[in-house]
Ligand binder design. Structure first.
Ligand code: ATP
Length: 815
């Protein structure tokens, strides 16, 4: 705590800042609401100021110009309105707690010293000359996170500034009131952090700007590397750092980076909701948030039924016990299809396809095939052998469109067209009549007619029968109507051709698995290295494809192959891709992401200790595929070893479960030891958990998770607990759950990734449920979700991950 005199001075300063904020808010208030009305008004009147006239080409151009002008004006006003609104909102957000830190800094060269107050946003004084509060993202504020009092420097665009930090102070200000002030000599006083971490879990993640740690600050401000990899222990603040990093980038590059140019890939939709409030809390718009699955489903469309990663892992976990060859084959398949070696195999396959093997679907029209797959293949392989696969596909597409045009012309004379003509209604005839009349009425109108005809029907060339012949209204009308009818019937075919539907991707991908002999596979892909159970993998993959379904592990390679053939679909607008839970993505998926976002930098955050999927990638080992993506020169790896989420006792237990876990450093926050409850039988489990839930609630914990191994077990647990009168606020979380809420959640392990709870009850920690080495990390992930309390229930032998630990790390009780 500080002296009474200092306190008074701080109080006075807080009053001054609050006064300035209030004055500025009051000043902006009418302007902001005025602006808002203006824009709505303007939108309403948009069309009043635009003259719409499309009768001639010039009129049309003028109309277009006038619309564009209106739009530009509106955009400009909206931009300026948005900027002012943001300033206004920032100040309102600052009012209850204008700043959280201060450093007194004396610059070496000029010898000037300044008091630098740091908050979520900057505030300048009335004359606009000096900063009352510095935004936490300003270069000077970085010293608050990186240094303790003493020599301190910071980087600016103009070079490094050196000097001396004379004081470092932290504040707790609530509702405009100074609650506490600490002077600190360490990097960041642990008091604030202690308080922040001691609180209960929230339904939404919170911003950590007041207590960012030095190593987290390095992640937040790294702006040099194309690839930033963060390997951090459970609860070390990876997600938090990622979100503050997004806010930092948006601030630093505010003139050229928009929030929608940052994409966050998260583990599941519920996680999206959990983290969605952090950026708005920091005064920034949210970045784009998605899951890889959502992305795949979007590009694959509805043609294939796509398995999701949760069904995949549910299978891996539940079928593990059967020890069947099919299970082993599936696992081998998952690993292989996730590998860089399969990626290279597909690249080779694309070259091979330039010589033979392409798979096409014939085009059918009115129950007959009008262009056959063989014709397409003949055309495709008639192109010069040097032309790449994707370019050939384009050439073939254009060729097919031409063929359709020819076929369409011929079709106009068909009998069915005459039948359709007979059933047209009067209006359609009248319209055709008018169009023909107009064509001949005015010479200059010919151009417009042609133009509008082209706009409407696409291919008028003035060379059709009737053109230049004796004028005959009836003929002309009929001709026009015939064209219209046939054109409409060909349109779906054209659309399909434009979308490359003439390529049979299912067979094309399936072909890779159709040759069970390794040498045939080697011919197509250039590699003879296939997993041991290759024949079974082939069988499984083809069976799925036959049912128009895709295993999750096939989805990315399938899409990748599609892109090799159709040409790569890239998103050049996105500048930053964040991948959370990065250990869950395969090397193949990373290569795909790189290709998808060619102009983006990547930030991958993960923990290999929580690698629960078969296809996981080790983020930090030497020679990690991740480091190869952009090369060592453009890659930086940061490790986080301090764990903030859980109490010291929980971290001590969980780190001991993990090979290599000794590096993990707990934050010094105490709670009770984890408890292992040895149940007399599984029939007493629900009753015991129900009474523990009641006890934990009485202690004030209102975010509790009962975590099961699988979704099937979660359903069972949910039913059992509801029956044991523990149903009050009990929520079953499934992969479809979109929001994260307080209360008691029954949740399968893999859906609890990334989130946290005041208390975690491990529904079944018996050896019967968790004993395979491959599931150790899953168990670790489950236990590390707990902030304050961890209880584990076991019938019979406890899981070896616990049994092998020093018994002093937990307490044992009976049921
Ligand atoms: N510097 C910090 N100040 C305050 N709280 C922090 C800090 N760093 C982390 N935390 C808190 O620690 C908890 C864990 O953080 P976060 O979820 O970001 O970790 P993580 O590394 O992504 O965890 P996991 O990999 O286990 O999902 C959160 O409650 C977060 O608010």
């Amino acid at each position: 705590m500080i002296s009474e005199n200092d306190w008074k001075q701080e109080q006075a300063r807080l009053n001054e800042v609050t006064g300035t904020l209030q004055a500025k808010i009051a000043e902006l208030e009418p302007e902001v609401s005025g602006l808002r009305n203006q824009v709505t008004d303007f939108r309403k009147k948009f069309w009043e100021d635009v003259t719409v006239n499309t009768s001639t080409f010039d009129d049309f151009e003028e109309t277009l110009y006038s619309i564009r002008q209106q739009e530009a004006l509106l955009n400009e006003r909206e931009r300026s309105h948005r900027a002012r609104l943001q300033r206004y909102n920032n100040m309102k957000r600052m009012l209850p707690s204008p700043y959280f830190g201060r450093i007194d800094y004396e610059e070496k060269v000029l010898g000037l010293s300044e008091q630098i107050y740091i908050g979520v946003s900057s505030l300048v004084d009335e004359d606009g000359l000096s900063f009352l509060v510095y935004d936490w993202r300003t270069p000077i504020a970085s010293m608050y996170y990186d240094h303790s009092p003493g020599p301190a420097s910071y980087a600016t665009p103009g070079g490094q500034i050196d000097g001396e930090m004379l004081l470092k102070r932290q504040y707790q200000i609530r509702d405009g009131e100074l609650r506490s002030v600490f002077d600190t000599s360490v990097t960041i006083g642990d008091e604030l952090l202690q308080q922040a971490l001691g609180k209960g879990a929230d339904a939404q993640m919170k911003s950590i700007v007041a207590t960012i740690q030095k190593e987290q600050n390095a992640i937040i401000r790294d702006d040099q590397n194309r690839m930033l990899i963060v390997q951090g222990a459970a609860g070390s603040g990876k997600t938090s750092a990622a979100l503050q990093r997004a806010a930092y980038l948006l601030y630093k590059h505010r003139d050229r980076l928009r929030a929608d140019q940052i994409v966050l890939f998260s583990p599941n939709p519920m996680f999206n909701s959990y983290v969605s409030t952090v950026l708005p809390e920091l005064g920034e718009e949210n970045m784009q948030q998605t899951t890889f699955q959502e992305y795949l489903a979007h590009w694959l469309g509805s043609s294939m039924q796509l398995e999701d990663p949760f069904d995949q892992i549910e299978y891996v976990l539940t079928a593990a016990g059967d020890g069947s060859s099919a299970y082993e084959a599936r696992l081998q398949g998952i690993r292989y299809k996730a590998s860089e070696s399969f990626l290279r195999a597909l690249q080779h396959y694309a070259t091979w396809l330039c010589m033979k093997g392409m798979q096409f679907s014939g085009i059918r029209y009115r129950d007959r095939e009008i262009i056959s797959a063989e014709q397409m293949a003949a055309q495709f392989y008639s192109y010069d052998s040097s032309i790449r696969l994707a370019n050939r596909a384009l050439l073939l597409r254009d060729w097919l469109l031409e063929q359709l045009t020819t076929l369409e012309r011929a079709e106009r004379a068909a009998d069915w067209v005459q039948d359709d003509l007979d059933y047209l209604d009067v209006e359609q005839y009248e319209e055709a009549h008018k169009a023909v009349l107009k064509k001949y009425e005015r010479d200059e109108a010919v151009f417009d007619f042609t133009q509008s005809y082209i706009d409407q029907y696409g291919d008028f060339r003035g060379t059709e029968a009737g053109e230049g012949n004796a004028f005959d209204f009836a003929d002309q009308e009929e001709e026009l109507l015939r064209r219209t009818i046939v054109k409409a019937s060909f349109e779906p075919l054209r659309r399909e051709v434009r979308r490359f539907k003439f390529i049979d991707f299912v067979r094309l991908y399936g072909q890779l698995f159709s040759k069970e002999e390794a040498y045939e596979y080697a011919e197509m892909t250039g590699t003879a290295e296939v997993p041991e159970k290759w024949a079974e993998i082939c069988e499984q993959t083809l069976a799925k494809l036959d049912a128009s379904e895709l295993f999750y592990e096939d989805a990315t390679p399938y899409l990748y192959l599609k892109e090799l053939v159709e040409g790569v679909r890239t998103n050049t607008d996105v500048r930053h891709v964040f991948v959370d839970e990065g250990q869950d993505y395969s090397p193949f998926q990373y290569a795909f992401l790189k290709q998808l976002f060619p102009r983006a930098r990547m930030t991958v955050l993960g923990d290999f200790g929580q690698a629960i999927f078969v296809q996981s990638t080790n983020l930090h080992e030497a020679g990690s595929p991740l480091a190869r993506i952009y090369g060592a020169d453009e890659t930086r790896l940061i490790r986080l070893v301090r764990s903030y989420r859980s109490t010291l006792e929980i971290v001590e237990l969980t780190k001991a479960m993990l090979p290599g876990g000794t590096d993990i450093v707990p934050f010094e926050r105490r709670g009770g030891k984890p408890q292992l409850v040895q149940l007399g039988g599984s029939e007493v489990r629900a009753g015991r958990i129900a009474s523990d839930l009641a006890e934990l609630r009485a202690e004030g914990f209102d975010s509790i998770a009962v975590i099961t191994k699988t979704a099937a077990e979660a359903r069972e647990a949910h039913a059992a607990l509801a029956g044991a009168a523990a149903s009050d606020g009990l929520r079953l979380i499934t992969k479809e759950t979109l929001t994260f809420e307080k209360g008691v959640a029954v949740i399968p392990a893999y859906l609890a990734k990334g989130v946290e709870f005041d208390a975690v009850l491990v529904y079944d920690a018996s050896a019967a449920t968790y004993s395979r080495e491959s599931e150790r990390k899953l168990f670790y992930t489950v236990c590390t979700r707990a902030m304050h309390r961890l209880r584990l229930y076991s019938v019979g032998d406890v899981t070896p991950y616990m049994g092998e630990l020093n018994a002093s790390l937990y307490e044992v009780s009976g049921s």
